[in-house]
Design a protein around this ligand. Sequence first.
Ligand code: PLP
Length: 422
Amino acid sequence: MHVPPIPHLTAEDPQLATLIEAEASRQHDKLRMIASENYVSEAVLEASSTVLTNKYSEGYAGKRYYEGQQLIDPIETLAIDRAKSLFGVDHANVQPYSGSPANLAVYLAFLQPGETVMGMALPMGGHLTHGWSVSATGKWFNSVRYAVNRETGRIDLDEVRDLALAERPKVIFCGGTAVPRTIDFPGFAAIAREVGAVLVADIAHIAGLIAGGAHPSPVGHADVITTTTHKTLRGPRGAMIMTTAEHATAIDKAVFPGLQGGPHNHTTAAIAVALREAATADFRAYAHQVVANAAALATALTEHGFALSSGGTDNHLILADLTSKGIAGKPAAQALDRAGIELNYNTVPYDTRKPFDPSGIRLGTAALTTRGLTEQHMPQVAAWMDETVTAALKDDEATIDRIAGEVRDLLAAFPMPGYRAA
Ligand SMILES: Cc1ncc(COP(=O)(O)O)c(C=O)c1O
């Protein structure tokens, strides 16, 4: 049963309620390993579904374009203050609707159309909004892209520096969406300083690890930090932009009125809850456990013959090239899903296959760590993955079904926030 319960929805719109209940149960029964996903707390779920959704609040606290902000202003200020204190930044904007609009606000703040931005190429682990060709950021700006080194699978800062010196970008993005290794923020900052660029650290994936002290912080190195709030940070779907005092006004103007209208106040409240949770000792332990679990899983997968991009992981994320297993990423991801192990197919650096049918899979340990799994469970997870991939090659659906049952049995002992067995 969904928690908080949804009796009014069940009475009023049973068709929709049934789908939501089924999704809660699906999330309970699956080993959820999509690296960008998590389980939020019931307090975050409650804040997300309050009457705050009824209110329009264009502007910022103390400077709104609608009346009736007596309570919205302190709610947004609470979220801002918690972000500033958790990450140790001068300024935080908690209004971006999600990670992509947050990154677009950076372009609006610092670039004119046609000017040069530098980011990590999408197939190397960067995000679409770091200037990839199909994104508005690649169509409307002159984007230049750095790669990872073909041998090491890691970013080579000498190559990044050479490209920056040649292209003189006004903005440099570091961080990404499939980067299993620690981001060298001081190294990127030195390059940005040398070429006079604004350094933007997109910490969407690793924000919770940074908050919990399990990944170095970009604060003091990056001029601007963008993040989603719903990945390792374990908040609602949303985003934040954090800056030095120098860039605060430019970013605020870019978010509103530059790109958005009214902020989603129910989301702002839920972000405030998540930031409070992320400041606790429990969350610090969680962040370190996420990394420990990923390291244990990487070791176990390697023992089962999986070829990991960059040879392993420093964070929550693992990228595996399945070529040596004789299967492509997509059929493997689909078979794993049938086996109760949910992840996504993904390109690997220098992939010879197409993005919609790539060689790899991407997985992460943020959600299963929220459920309470630890290093001791990772060898079993890796063994299930190996057995599933082998079974998929033989069309052995019986084995895949058996594994799905074993996954369900294991997870029954690990409660899920947002769900109770009926
Ligand atoms: C590094 C990075 N930046 C930005 C985003 C975009 O976030 P959203 O999907 O909320 O627009 C993502 C999403 O996966 C991401 O991984």
